[in-house]
Write a protein that binds this ligand. Structure first.
Ligand code: ZN
Ligand code: ZN
Length: 136
C-alpha cells in the first residue's frame, strides 16, 4: 500500500488525506458501535494526528465512554457520515472510521473488542486478537 490515501464523507464536504499507515485496525462489537455502523460491528483505524489532514467543516458530539473517558465524535453536518472519534484527553490518537477511505483494501482488523456483545451469526476470523470487553 502506498500513501497518501484520500478519504471523504458520502457527500464530499469533508475530505482528508491519510499520510501514513494506521497504527492499529480494530473491530468493535459493542452495542453503541452496532448502532453507529448500522451493522454488526464498527471498524476503527488508529492513526496519529500528525499523519492525517482534514478539510471541511465537521460537527462534534460527545458521550461518556464505558471506560470513564469522553468519546468525542466528528461527523459531516451535511450527510451525517461519521469521520473519526477521539478522546479529548488524548487528542493525538485519531480513531478514524476507515470505510470513508477511497481505497478500503487496508481495512483488515487484527483485533476484535467487545466480543461479549457480538451478534451470534458473526464468526470471528482465525488469527485475530479478541477481548471480551474494551481490551488493553
Ligand atoms: Zn458529507
Ligand atoms: Zn464499540
Amino acid at each position: 500500500m502506498t500513501y497518501p490515501i484520500q478519504g471523504s464523507c458520502q457527500c464530499g464536504s469533508v475530505k482528508y488525506t491519510l499520510l501514513a499507515a494506521p497504527q492499529l485496525i480494530q473491530a468493535c462489537h459493542c452495542l453503541e458501535c452496532q448502532k453507529l455502523s448500522t451493522s454488526a460491528f464498527s471498524v476503527t483505524a488508529v492513526v496519529n494526528a500528525s499523519s492525517i489532514k482534514f478539510e471541511g467543516e465537521m460537527q462534534e458530539w460527545r458521550r461518556p465512554a464505558d471506560s470513564g473517558n469522553i468519546s468525542a465524535a466528528k461527523f459531516c453536518p451535511t450527510c451525517g457520515n461519521r469521520i473519526y472519534h477521539f478522546n479529548p484527553a488524548e487528542p493525538d490518537a485519531i480513531k478514524l472510521k476507515p470505510s470513508t477511505l477511497s481505497d478500503t483494501s487496508i481495512i483488515k482488523p487484527t483485533r476484535h473488542i467487545w466480543v461479549s456483545q457480538k451478534q451470534h451469526w458473526y464468526q470471528i476470523p482465525e488469527g485475530v486478537v479478541t477481548f471480551e470487553k474494551q481490551g488493553a
